[in-house]
Design a protein around this ligand. Structure first.
Ligand code: ZN
Length: 251
């Protein structure tokens, strides 16, 4: 909405199959942006079988709002305060239009558990699927890259989600990689889609891509999170490399 850029780093081979890692889609989960940036920095020094695109912050306006409050957006401050119902934006998840980007993708759009039909700090699906600039940008990018794997970082719960209606060999393939990630991180693997719809992971699974949602930070912590909540999550820095090597074994 403000024209803020969605930054992207690339490491590893430019040719051949690629992986996309994205974070910061939910504003209050902006610590995932720090994690994804660290991944890009560390993994640039590693030998990787596939290229990796890192998008640390796919909701830059929302992350700014959650971190600084509405003062920095004077033109829409009144509207933001109305949607939020107060001046504390630290629990805000949506973009500046009050749309939850992770409910806005064209994947059983509007049918998700907890979906809302009006602007809100979270869970509003938008006027139609892919109505938001952030969603459109990620859809275009994903279709262009055509990755073998996407990893979406969220918080919290130390859980991994991978399912969205896929069956047969694709389900087995995706579950195997999700199991590998869960075993490496010591996280719980969540079977089923739990009423999810309109999410980026859901959209990717619909395209036939293996797609993991990784919820960092155990639930002894609570929102709003800050940088110190990343202590204990260091193994995640190497997760994209671990999964790339696993995919190479199977290819
Ligand atoms: Zn989230």
């Amino acid at each position: 909405m403000t024209g803020a850029h969605i930054l992207c780093f690339h490491v590893g081979p430019k040719e051949g199959r690629q992986i996309i890692v994205q974070g910061g889609m939910h504003a209050r989960e902006w610590i995932t942006s720090l994690l994804v940036t660290r991944q890009a920095f560390v993994l640039q020094k590693e030998q990787l079988p596939f290229g990796i695109y890192f998008l640390p912050m796919t909701n830059p306006d929302g992350c700014t709002l959650a971190q600084t409050g509405a003062d920095v957006f004077p033109e829409i401050q009144k509207r933001l305060l109305e949607i939020n119902g107060g001046e504390d934006f630290s629990l805000w998840k949506a973009n500046l239009r009050g749309v939850d980007i992770n409910c806005n993708f064209n994947a059983r759009w509007g049918t998700g558990k907890g979906n809302l039909n009006y602007p809100s700090p979270s869970s509003y699906i938008g006027e139609h699927a892919e109505s938001e600039a952030e969603t459109q940008a990620l859809v275009r990018f994903t279709k262009r890259v055509d990755p073998i794997l996407t990893i979406s970082y969220h918080a919290l719960g130390r859980e991994i989600y991978y399912e969205f209606g896929q069956t047969g060999r694709r389900l087995a393939r995706d579950r195997e990689l999700a199991e590998c990630a869960a075993a490496y991180l010591g996280y719980s693997l969540v079977d089923g889609d739990l009423g999810s719809a309109g999410g980026y992971k859901d959209f990717c699974v619909g395209l036939g891509i293996t797609a993991l949602t990784v919820e960092i930070v155990d639930d002894a912590h609570s929102h709003p999170l800050n940088e110190t909540d990343l202590i204990g999550e260091e193994k995640n820095i190497w997760l994209p490399m671990i999964l790339a090597r696993e995919l190479e074994k199977n290819s």
